[in-house]
Design a protein around this ligand. Sequence first.
Ligand code: FAD
Length: 481
Amino acid sequence: MTEDMSRRNFLKGAAAGTMGVAALGALAACSPAAPAADAAAAGAAPMAETGESYDVMAQMSALNRNMTEGAVAATSPEDFIVKAGDGALKFAPGGDPLGITPADFMTNVPAWLGEAPVFENVTAADSCDVLVIGAGNAGSVAALRAQEMGASVILAESQTYDEYEEYACDMACYNSKLFLENGSDPVDPIEVMNEYIRLALGHCNNKIVRDYAFRSGEMLDWMVDNYIPADITAKHAKNHNVKGNANFSGECAGKKSFRGMTQWRDEASNVNMWPYVIRELHKGLEGKGGKMAWGYQAVSLVQGADGTVTGAIFKDIDGNYQQIDARAVIVCAGGYGGNPDMRLDLSDSMRNLAWAYGADRTDATAIGGMGRDGSGIRMIMWAGGTMEAGPRAGMSIGKNGAPGFAFGGVWPLFGPEGKRLCNESMYKFGTNGHLDTLPDDQLLVNVTDANWEEYLSYQGYGHETMDRSAGEQGCAARPAQ
Ligand SMILES: Cc1cc2nc3c(=O)[nH]c(=O)nc-3n(C[C@H](O)[C@H](O)[C@H](O)COP(=O)(O)OP(=O)(O)OC[C@H]3O[C@@H](n4cnc5c(N)ncnc54)[C@H](O)[C@@H]3O)c2cc1C
């Protein structure tokens, strides 16, 4: 690489190598990394702390130029091979950093995380083998299964018993007997697994996806067979899209979707019944000797001297701090969709979509969302956990979601002032993402011709898609085992 060493690289290498602080300071004045004093030019970014500007073009635009003195492009394959020398790839190592301060850019400890809190006057409340934090979908199942397997379990939930609300009603499960015995065709779990991993761009835990593809049906059957009363299943579990859509071949615009969703609904009112039905799992836990701790908001994990998590501290509804000790703690406190700051910082794909539409990329209100407050994630990180690397695709930005209404967006989409809103090849959930970026008073309009109903018969299956398959079909309950 010596022949590629420019003045710029020399400065960079020297800075990283042997130079002392004083020498670096002396060179900084002639280094391109020094903020340009005359950077009043258009495009210069103001610095929050000093009020000076970074002259971005002046400092970065030399990248990939003037790297090799006297460079001449090869004129023949032979000449190219000679010039390539040892064949080692030569690449620009990047420009010097602009010197952007944390206040302008980011900090190592984001504000939404802060420092781990310390609590005094904590009462020793209880102890168990397995403490599960959060009685949502994951926590309710984890607690019940651990109790079934012989552990003593406490399931602690921040909501009170009377106010308890649970998200979700449409539950995707594959090859459940409940479905198969009620008319669904089996699906190939390998195909399901591959499609999920593909949609996640590989940014997922493949083992978890595999377990889900192969065993989610078993999970549904376990709940239905053992804990959910047969009359509730018969009345409220709907096997969505059981017969498929007339003209859907399984793939739409390169994306697959599979039949395998139960909707827990009251048909007459269209009310989501899952928040009611999931309580059967809590009853099951108590029936097997486990405990529910309602109104217990976890605020911190307790760690032993070696860092092992040995319990958690909770704030009860009277504001008192209570500690529950455990041999193992499972945190199932949900995501961060309801925390605007975490959404802005962590949901990079959502933030960038909003930015692409001209929204302020530092404005938390530019990114819509819903869900939990991220307190479980914060506690885990305070205890030494880390987050998976991004990018984190929002559900609503066209990167995932099944092809659905309106058939992969064959219809023109108009937004504010009647202008075309987005590329109509976006999927259903993609379209929802664009809706998130629109101010409240603005409309999204689809325009179609009279054949709209036929188009719908080509759509895939999924959450929020319309069932064109002769309606939902109730599931006959399976006999208790
Ligand atoms: C409005 C909405 C609708 C949705 N609809 C669907 C759908 O139809 N189908 C689908 O598949 N997915 C749906 N989702 C996504 C789905 O709900 C989540 O992926 C799923 O609930 C995650 O399960 P979980 O157990 O990890 O978290 P959650 O179900 O969110 O459960 C977390 C639990 O932990 C509790 N908790 C939080 N913080 C603390 C704390 N500090 N201490 C103690 N307890 C705490 C919460 O109160 C909650 O009960 C929806 C999400 C939302 C927000």
